[in-house]
Design a protein around this ligand. Structure first.
Ligand code: 6PG
Length: 473
């Protein structure tokens, strides 16, 4: 190392960290990187060439290489490691240094870290980054939360490295405290929902529709040219044509049908439950990842639990067309649930979120980017406090028009015994939302009957309790 000082520091030189360092450097920023692993340091050093990048496994060298006040990004696995890194760094930092946690940290951990660091003169921001490896390298969607004046220290750099949609950067200051990590969590909840919905459509087409991988590729590629245009539909089309290196078949058929998860989808459902915001599509996605992992039990169940034969005898083109509408319909409800949760969380946690801004920065770089987000942005631009996009006239019309598809699809799922919980949850959500009356008077009656939990009446103000069955005997 020469005496040169670097603009930014990056802790964690795994794929994401390394790619973000290169991306930052492409935009003119000099970056010092730190990783405990010499192998990771080596990997970045190999890519450095004449770039103003320096990588080390010695923490003090790293700290001394940074311009003051320091700005250090953390791209390390969420959880305990973040706290360990902060404890190691703290004694080496100086007044006004800024730490930016760019991992998928739980928002409550971010709140705790902010509180803890407030006691010193170190600033802390929680920033969600989406887009995987290639996003980090060539433009992710970035979801920053924290004090606005602190954001301003790094705003220009984040804008430079972020994805762009029609020249607009896919980053904006979201709000105070843990808002950035909260928004990233909900992004991931929606991501889980969309992935589950797509997988259900695949199940129906592959098993009941008996379509091969080439046919599936063609269907998803075609859908990606229309109203379903999105990153996840695009990569799904590509997945079906990926050859397997080890056999003559396609890779997708060689992958074990047991999904893993790092927790962010579950956190979304959990917080939605806490805030009493219904997110059934996301919940179904989380549960189904769990169920998929019970491979042995499912195989045992397959032998003894009988059901209809999974064969679709109708017109396959019709099935494809119903499914396109069903996916469009259910994508809208997945985003609707995520946005409704953000709206509620914004009030509860005093984030004061701008939902139009969030929809705008999700249009590029991130995993849930989709053409649909353009409409969501415009809806919240005109009506920033809207509690749910289902109540917006434009979306209401889109749902009304595409509902026939999802009704047929759900019917076919039940007839053929193919599980479609997210699609079914999406339709039930819609049907519940358009029900001015739901049967919950009965639930209230039951609660009051067995537990004297009281109820409200339709004709009078107040809280009532009845000694049930007394008058009927
Ligand atoms: C992103 C992704 C990413 C996440 C993966 C895996 O926005 O780039 O959301 O942050 O880690 O999607 O998540 P699961 O392991 O929970 O599926």
């Amino acid at each position: 190392m020469t005496g040169q000082k670097y603009d930014y520091g990056m802790i964690g030189l795994g794929t994401m960290g390394r790619n973000l360092v290169l991306n930052m450097n492409d935009h003119g920023y000099s970056v010092a990187g730190f990783d405990k692993s010499d192998a990771q340091v080596e990997l970045l050093t190999k890519d450095t060439g004449t770039r103003k990048i320096f990588a080390t496994s010695k923490l003090e060298d790293f700290i001394n290489a940074l311009k003051s006040p320091r700005v250090i990004l953390l791209l390390v696995p969420a959880g305990k490691i973040v706290d360990e890194v902060i404890s190691e760094l703290k004694p080496l930092l100086s007044e006004n240094d800024l730490l930016i946690d760019c991992g998928n940290s739980h928002f409550t951990d971010t709140d705790k870290r902010i509180e803890e660091l407030k006691k010193s003169t170190i600033h802390f921001m929680g920033v969600g980054i989406s887009g995987g490896e290639s996003g980090a390298r060539f433009g992710p969607s970035i979801m920053p939360g924290g004090p606005k004046d602190v954001y301003e220290r790094v705003g220009a750099m984040l804008e430079a490295v972020s994805a762009k949609v029609q020249d607009e950067p896919c980053v904006t200051w979201l709000g105070p405290g843990s808002s950035g990590h909260y928004v990233k969590m909900v992004h991931n909840g929606i991501e889980y929902g969309l992935m589950q919905l797509i997988s259900e459509s695949y199940h129906l087409l592959k098993v009941a529709g008996n379509m091969n991988n080439d046919e599936l590729h063609a269907v998803y590629a075609k859908w990606n040219e229309g109203k379903l245009h999105s990153y996840l539909i695009e990569i799904t089309a590509d997945i079906f044509v990926q050859k397997d290196d080890l056999t003559d078949g396609r890779l997708v058929d060689m992958i074990l049908d047991s999904a893993k998860q790092n927790g962010t989808g579950g956190w979304t459902s959990e917080d939605a439950m806490n805030l009493q915001v219904p997110t059934p599509v996301i919940d179904a996605a989380v549960s189904m990842r769990g169920l998929s992992a019970y491979k042995n039990e499912r195989e045992a169940g397959q032998k003894i639990l009988k059901g209809p034969e999974a064969i679709f005898n109708g017109d396959k083109n019709e099935l494809v067309s119903w499914l396109e509408n069903a996916l469009y319909f259910s994508f809208i409800t997945a985003y609707a649930q995520g946005m409704a949760l953000l709206q509620a969380a914004s009030k509860e946690y005093k984030y004061d979120l701008n939902l139009a801004g969030i929809a705008a920065i999700w249009r590029g770089g991130c995993i849930i980017r989709a053409t649909l987000l353009e409409g969501i942005r415009s809806t919240f631009t005109h009506n920033p406090d809207l509690s749910n996009i289902l109540l917006d006239d434009t979306f209401a019309q889109k749902l009304t028009k595409s509902q026939a598809g999802i009704r047929r699809v759900v019917q076919k799922g039940a007839e053929t015994g193919i599980p479609l919980p997210a699609l079914m949850g999406s339709l039930a959500y819609y049907d519940s939302y358009r029900s001015g009356w739901l049967p919950d008077n009965l639930i209230q009656a039951q609660r009051d009957n067995f537990g004297a939990h009281t109820y409200q009446r339709t004709d009078k103000e107040g809280t009532f309790h009845t000694n049930w069955n007394q008058n009927n005997k």
